[in-house]
Design a protein around this ligand. Structure first.
Ligand code: HXC
Length: 517
């Protein structure tokens, strides 16, 4: 009887490892490529620094014996999990392999994902989930549902402890979409679709006819629903976006974001003095201000095409990560509405959880009036912003550029909501409402009784404007620390930020506050 030598064992290991790395086989990998997608392992290779990926439970096998599954190989059970370095910092990850049973998630598949998540939790490192799956593995029935439920539970445990990022690189349908939904950021490629119920079910139930792309493509899930945070052209681009995003973030909630060492110019930026148009009704692009304030103009905008009336994203100020929020006068005059309140509140919560100081640029005429806004719950949604800013204990810096009217003045990180430093440009107008509207209400009788109503209206409007369309009244009330030349904004924000690095603020202990969800 021939003996099995160690050489044979190593040969067998090599063969098995090769099979493992081929996932569902060469043909299926080629099919992925033909669809413009990478394989699960190629995604990991591109994501991690060279030779740093360490795989977990590589030879895991499913235990399903029903519906012809007995003994059927499922390399890595359709999900590659492990840890690796990204720009030198450790990250945990799971990458679903569509070539293995369509990346479908059964008991073992999900347990592997949870195992990687728990390791991320224990080590305080971010978790990245690359989704490409037909959802719950149909042959495994309730075991699949149970598995997914465990992933959701783990998502919730990790929430606020380590950053969680989902990449949607292929199908992500049904209940499976709720794992990404529980994470902090979703990056969706243009090859991927994400929905709870697909077009055929929708047609049966509601009669609506819609294509999968229109329903769950990246554009739709960013623009209409605000589910997605970044759109990527393809997997490679998505990986680049994810790496860039991680560069702004700390590894966990006990760390500060990484400081980018270097020499930073804080010289005045004269063009900012010209940014606000003379006509107060004229729009401008607030991104022009942001890019002149953050280091090297490097601003990573989040949810670029959702609720465009507010701009949110990450930048750095003299090497330190900041979370920027800014009303966008170019879009609906920068009003606050349901979607922009949700977008802003969520971003504030993320920044606060991960020790990222908030810098808020204000130019808003107020909350959007309208029946659909009221019926949609603008009171409830707008309150999220008030709650999120008030509850945030990270350094909070506010720059009032132009309009800061009504409740929106309060909501945009006013002094009263705990702003540590408030700067106003000389163009700031801090009032209950615009001068025209205010004059109509306060001087209603006088205008009605005047012989020349137009002249009276103009006169009273001017009176109100002269009083409140400057920042000096707010300055006198100490609602503004300083009225500054716009050109100095970067310098003053950088100084303020540095002085607040050691900020510690304790709040009454409680299980959790009750944010108006
Ligand atoms: C088992 C699956 C599968 C699944 C796909 N496959 N989805 N196997 N369970 N959920 C298998 C296919 O049988 C096929 O195997 C291979 O994966 C590739 O699938 P194709 O259909 O050939 O690929 P494609 O044409 O690209 O279509 C992809 C797809 C489609 C749109 C994802 O496969 C599909 O609709 N799958 C079912 C989706 C679904 O209804 N899932 C349950 C969602 S509910 P072979 O051997 O032929 O290559 C859910 C609940 C979670 O997820 C709840 C959590 C609480």
């Amino acid at each position: 009887m021939p003996t099995i030598t160690n050489v044979d064992k190593i040969t067998e290991l090599r063969k098995r490892t090769e099979e493992l790395h081929l996932g569902g086989g060469k043909d299926r990998i080629e099919k992925q490529h033909a669809q413009g997608k990478l394989s699960a392992r190629e995604r990991i290779d591109q994501f991690c620094d060279r030779n740093t990926f360490l795989e977990f439970s590589a030879f895991a096998e499913h235990r399903c014996t029903l519906f012809g599954m007995a003994g059927k190989p499922a390399p890595a059970d359709g999900v590659v999990t492990g840890s690796g370095r990204v720009d030198g910092r450790f990250v945990h990850m799971a990458s679903q392999d569509f070539t293995v049973f369509g990346g479908s998630a059964g008991e073992v598949h999900c347990d592997k994902v949870v195992e990687a998540m728990n390791s991320a939790l224990k080590t305080g490192t971010p978790f990245v989930f690359m989704n490409d799956s037909g959802g719950a593995r149909i042959q495994e029935g309730v075991d699949s549902l149970s598995g997914y439920a465990k992933v959701f539970y783990a998502n919730t445990e990790l929430s606020g402890v380590v950053p969680q990022i989902s990449m949607i690189c292929g199908p992500c349908a049904g209940g499976a979409a709720y794992s990404p939904a529980l994470t902090d950021f979703i990056i969706q490629t243009r090859q991927a679709q994400m929905f709870i119920t697909g077009p055929s079910v929708i047609k049966q139930v509601t009669g609506e006819v819609v294509s999968a792309e229109e329903l769950g493509g990246a554009e739709a899930q960013m623009h209409y629903s605000g589910v997605v945070h970044f759109i990527a052209e393809d997997d490679e681009h998505a990986i680049g976006v994810c790496r860039r995003l991680l560069s702004f973030l700390p590894s966990n909630n006990l760390e500060d974001p990484p400081m980018l060492p270097g020499e930073y110019s804080l010289e005045p930026e004269p063009s900012l003095n010209e940014l606000i148009p003379d006509d107060p009704k004229k729009p401008y692009d607030v991104r022009d201000a942001i890019s002149k304030v953050v280091d090297f103009g490097d601003f990573m905008e989040v949810q670029e095409t959702f609720a465009e009336n507010i701009v949110v994203g990450f930048g750095r100020l003299a090497g330190r990560t900041i979370g920027v929020l800014a009303n966008q006068p170019k879009f609906f005059a920068g009003v606050l509405d349901i979607n922009s309140s949700d977008k802003a509140a969520r971003f504030i919560r993320f920044c606060n959880a991960f020790n990222i100081p908030l810098v808020t640029f204000v130019d808003t005429p107020g909350f959007l009036p309208g029946v659909s806004q009221e019926y949609g719950g603008i009171i409830r949604h707008g309150a999220k912003m008030l709650f999120a800013y008030s509850a945030a204990t990270v350094p909070k810096l506010t720059v009032i550029m132009r309009k800061a009217y009504g409740g929106a003045y309060v909501a945009m990180c006013s002094r009263e909501l705990g702003a540590d430093r408030v700067f106003a440009w000389p163009t700031a107008e801090i009032a209950v409402m615009g001068a025209e509207g205010a004059a109509e209400i306060v001087f209603k009788r006088e205008i009605e009784q005047a012989e020349d109503k137009a002249a009276a209206r103009a006169n009273f409007t001017k009176q109100y404007r002269d009083t409140f369309s400057t920042p000096y009244v707010a300055g006198a009330r100490r609602l503004v620390d300083n009225i500054i030349e716009p050109s100095q904004t970067r310098l003053l924000l950088a100084q303020a930020l540095e002085s607040l690095v050691t900020k510690r603020e304790l709040r009454p202990s409680k299980k959790h506050g009750l944010m108006p969800l």
